[in-house]
Design a protein around this ligand. Sequence first.
Ligand SMILES: C[S@@+](CC[C@H](N)C(=O)[O-])C[C@H]1O[C@@H](n2cnc3c(N)ncnc32)[C@H](O)[C@@H]1O
Length: 224
Amino acid sequence: MEQTTVVANRQFIFTDQSLDEKLEITIPEILDSSYGMFTWPCAPVLAQYLWYHRKWISDKTVFELGSGTALPGIVAAKCGANVHLSDTAKLSKCLQTSKKSCEANDVKDIKLHGLTWGQINETMIKLDIDKIDVIISSDCFYDTKDFDDIIFTVAFLIEKYKATEFVFTYQERSSSRCIEHLLDRWNFTGVQVPLSTFDADKASIAGSGLPGNHTVHLFKVTTS
Ligand SMILES: C[S@@+](CC[C@H](N)C(=O)[O-])C[C@H]1O[C@@H](n2cnc3c(N)ncnc32)[C@H](O)[C@@H]1O
């Protein structure tokens, strides 16, 4: 039976009432069950962090892993950052999803890379990048079989580009998983950043209805 593809645009309006500033982002989503085709509850939390710290991110080079619909990367780009998006090299439709988000928001300077976690291959070694300051990821730690591969990729990028921070959001799906243990095992110094410190302690960020009632945490790993 032929599958019908339903595309819908989701709006995010990030605001700072004290400065009377706002940022509107449109994310095209494909409403099927394939991973990465819609915006996951973690994404607006990370995007809100970047929006809240937009002055800090504005002169950084940012590399997003498993970008999917790429809300955080797009927000970083709109705030002035030089942004690279990446998603698995195994499924071209995933990177196409990121590309569609760039087009919908008229951000032309973002570079896209097919990068599969845990693989050191020619693509990864020859990434066309001069530097990376900050690595970001939203909801990439969802399947424990990938956890070490993700951290391996992060460690590779930190080593090669001397990135100073890895900021990621993590959705709590099982109490038996512990992200802190993973960071410890890799000798990463990480802290959990309370959502209230960047105005993300609410069920509807940027008017999106996300993260809803999902429990999302934000971690910041510093490398120096
Ligand atoms: C749960 S989705 C999150 C998407 C997006 N970051 C968000 O928060 O809306 C996980 C993302 O990781 C990507 N992904 C899954 N396995 C991967 C792998 N082995 N290497 C690189 N990316 C992968 C998927 O294609 C998808 O875009």
